[in-house]
Design a protein around this ligand. Structure first.
Ligand code: IVH
Length: 713
């Protein structure tokens, strides 16, 4: 047999095994046998590249080459569905439709609304030519290389037809959970992970995620002989597509529906019109037992002639409606998308939305995180979006519910920093302004330094910092300590009276007393926030000099830092590089001269490894009179060897509860976790303090807490 014939044979066999696997869920041959055939095909194709074809199963493994996603025009209108949130609205839709159609020649299909990523597949003479995202309905992105890696997308159909097919790419729940558990930045739901995967730059990465597809509409180039939707579904299945079999078909009688489904060779539930309400309810109830996510149901007119009669609005077919299980928390319009440049240069896209009330607060701005997040949503200016409050705090754009009518395509990151005009660089998932002296970065660093959680300088909030920078008074962190704020009075700067200046001066003087750990955090070194600072100081690096000495030898520093429990090699490298940065070295040396705290006194840490809270996990909730912000209370715990945990579990030693404590308090009570009030906490600290410095008593504390403390802990 010559190679050409063998290639044909191998492709035929592999296709047959794949299709039967996806139809029946059972493998006809073992993985090893399958792989052997596959490897043989790869070998022959490599030896004879002229035999390689776009539809070969070898094309599914993806490539390591970077691909961007050029825009591609749709040749079919990619419309979305009108939606309803109650079964009554769906019943009304059906009633209305019956009235405007020929009732004797009318039936309905109820399909699952797959919660995935919408895609259009274009086939020419039976070969997959292009896969295009929905985009704005007219223009989408060409993601063919990635879609080809999806095993249930046929690369060649069982008949050489030219058509466009609409479908939904999705991820099974169990695969989502398995994959998400391994990700540093987990996705909120399978839809977002599927959307992110479809837009991976390297298709070999997409190939690693077991995406699936269900198709639900077909558009043939030649007017086809079909008269209704179930015939189309049946034909799509014959061509080799996966069609969701969990649908219901409604005719005047269930018997009639059964007969027609059998004629079409389709599964699906045969129902009468009267069954519609029951079907809507039962499918909504059994939703959670499905292996994939659905966010609703879709009711569609079956007869194509009736669809023509009903027609279309600008966005929606009048012959179909989605029944969404959950109403969005709020819907609003994205009026603009711009970017914020942070202190590290990270550029974050922001949606400026039409003001909306959500869970008691007014929302105007929502972070869009990065370009990948925007791409996953295919979000453009002018789109209508569903928004929610994640974890009841941070507002998030969940999905696009209506595309804009202005032709705006998916928002793109600018090519230069909008603040300073410097080159923008992509690192990981984020884009960064590359200019360390970019005004946005400088003011960001000054703001961060002065903020409550860091040096806590009263009177130097973001607006004041921006003004001082703009006027050239304070152009770097060090200037805070050298600038004579009385100049503001002299220059008659609006808003700076004597009182305000005194307040700032007092705040600056007091900041010099802030702890060494706070000074470390205030430097703003990436990955060196409060938690990492605590770990590093607790590991024995209690002076600035010891840290600077350590990072002198980068390699050794990375090794030593990664040995600290809780610090990985990436964080270790960031910390080492941060301290080696020339700007940071200068800043540290200036701050030292200016009298800021450059080491941790014995008094200060109360011997954290032997401290009264050593080995304990503390969680904090509510508000406090004596600790504002409440991180201050946590600092006292950490100083004495305690560890901060952000949620209560049976392993938590104590919950420090201030006033207005909420769910954490209830959880601690239900788990029997010790609850410590603010006044009890103050007592513990007072007792501990009176003994600190007194070496003899200290040793008593360290080995065995006193009776009073034992009662509380
Ligand atoms: S029909 C003109 N059927 O839901 C036909 N859509 O806005 C419109 N979807 O963009 C689509 N499952 O991505 C249809 N069984 C289904 C669907 C479905 C999921 C998605 C699709 C569409 C959105 C509705």
């Amino acid at each position: 047999m010559d190679f050409r014939e063998r290639v044909q044979e191998l492709r035929g066999l592999l296709l047959q095994y794949q299709q039967s696997y996806y139809r029946t869920g059972r493998a006809v041959i073992s993985d090893r046998e399958y792989d052997a055939l596959f490897d043989e095909l790869v070998k022959i194709e490599n030896l004879h590249p002229e035999l390689k074809t776009d539809d070969s199963p070898t094309q599914r493994v993806g490539s390591d080459l970077s691909s961007d996603f050029p825009e591609a025009e749709h040749t079919i209108p990619v419309l979305s569905l009108d939606k309803a949130y109650t079964s009554q609205e769906i019943l009304n839709f059906v009633r209305r439709t019956k009235k405007s159609c020929d009732e004797d020649n009318l039936s309905f299909v109820l399909e699952e609304k797959i919660d995935g990523f919408s895609i259009v597949l274009y086939y020419r003479n039976g070969v997959l030519e292009r896969a295009v995202t929905r985009g704005n309905g007219h223009v989408g992105n060409d993601v063919t290389a990635n879609v080809k890696t999806i095993r249930t997308v046929p690369l060649r159909l069982n008949s050489p037809e030219t058509l466009a097919v609409r479908g939904e790419v999705f991820l099974h729940k169990k695969d989502f959970e398995r994959i998400n558990a391994t990700l540093a930045e987990p996705y909120a739901n399978p839809r977002n992970l599927a959307a992110g995967t479809i837009r991976r730059i390297k298709s070999s990465e997409t190939a690693r995620v077991p995406l699936s597809i269900f198709v639900y509409e077909g558009f043939w180039e030649e007017p086809a002989a079909f008269t209704d939707h179930i015939q189309i579904l049946s034909r799509l299945a014959q061509l080799g597509f996966c069609v969701d079999s969990h649908f219901s078909y409604f005719c005047k009688t269930a018997k009639e529906a059964r007969r027609r489904l059998d004629d079409a060779g389709l599964d699906g539930r045969a129902c009468s019109f009267e069954d519609l309400d029951g079907e809507l309810k039962s499918r909504a109830e059994t939703r959670s037992s499905l292996p994939y996510e659905i966010d609703g149901l879709v009711v569609k007119v079956n007869e194509l002639s009736q669809r023509d009669v009903l027609g279309y609005t600008e966005h929606h077919p009048r012959w179909a409606t989605a029944y969404k299980f959950e109403a969005p928390q709020a819907e609003t319009v994205v009026e603009d998308i711009d970017v914020q440049v942070g202190r590290t240069g990270r550029i974050t896209p922001m949606a400026r939305i039409r003001e909306t009330q959500l869970s008691g607060s007014v929302i105007k701005n929502i972070t869009l995180h990065n370009q990948d997040y925007v791409n996953g949503l295919e979000l453009a200016k002018g789109d209508t979006v569903a928004i929610s409050k994640r974890g009841d705090v941070i507002p998030a754009v969940e999905s696009v519910t209506e595309k804009n009518t202005d032709g705006n395509t998916t928002w793109q990151m600018p090519s230069v920093c909008p603040v300073c005009g410097s080159y923008i660089e992509k690192r990981g998932a984020h884009h960064f302004c590359t200019n360390f002296n970019c005004p946005a970065q400088v003011t960001g660093r000054i703001e961060f330094f002065c903020a409550k959680k860091q040096m806590d300088i009263e009177g130097l909030g973001p607006n004041t910092v921006a003004l001082l920078y703009e006027k050239g008074y304070v152009t770097d962190i060090q200037d805070i300590y050298t600038f004579d704020f009385k100049n503001l009075l002299r220059d008659g700067v609006e808003g700076f009276g004597e009182k305000k200046i005194q307040l700032i001066e007092k705040g600056i003087a007091e900041s010099k007393k802030q702890s060494f750990r706070r000074v470390l955090v205030s430097l703003g070194i990436p990955e060196f926030g409060k938690k990492a600072v605590d770990l590093v100081t607790d590991a024995g690096f209690r002076t600035m000099d010891s840290i600077l000495e350590l990072v002198n030898d980068r390699e050794n520093a990375v090794t030593r830092l990664s040995e600290i429990d809780g610090i990985g090699p990436v964080t270790a490298a960031e910390i080492a590089d941060g301290f080696r940065d020339a700007g940071t070295v200068r800043l540290i040396s200036d701050l030292k001269l200016l009298g800021l705290c450059m080491e941790e006194s014995q008094q200060e840490n109360y011997g954290s490894e032997n401290g009264i809270f050593a080995g304990q996990s503390w969680c904090i909730t509510g508000t406090f009179e004596n600790f504002q912000p409440r991180d201050r209370a946590m600092e006292e715990i950490v100083k004495r060897g305690g560890k901060e945990v952000t949620s209560v579990s049976s392993k938590t030693t104590c919950l420090l509860a201030g006033s207005n404590a909420g769910s954490k308090l209830a959880k601690a009570q239900s788990l029997g976790v010790k609850i410590v009030t603010e006044s009890e906490f103050l007592d513990i600290l007072k007792e501990n303090e009176s003994s600190a410095g007194d070496t003899e008593k200290d040793s008593v504390y360290n080995s065995e807490p006193q009776q009073g403390l034992l009662d509380l802990l």
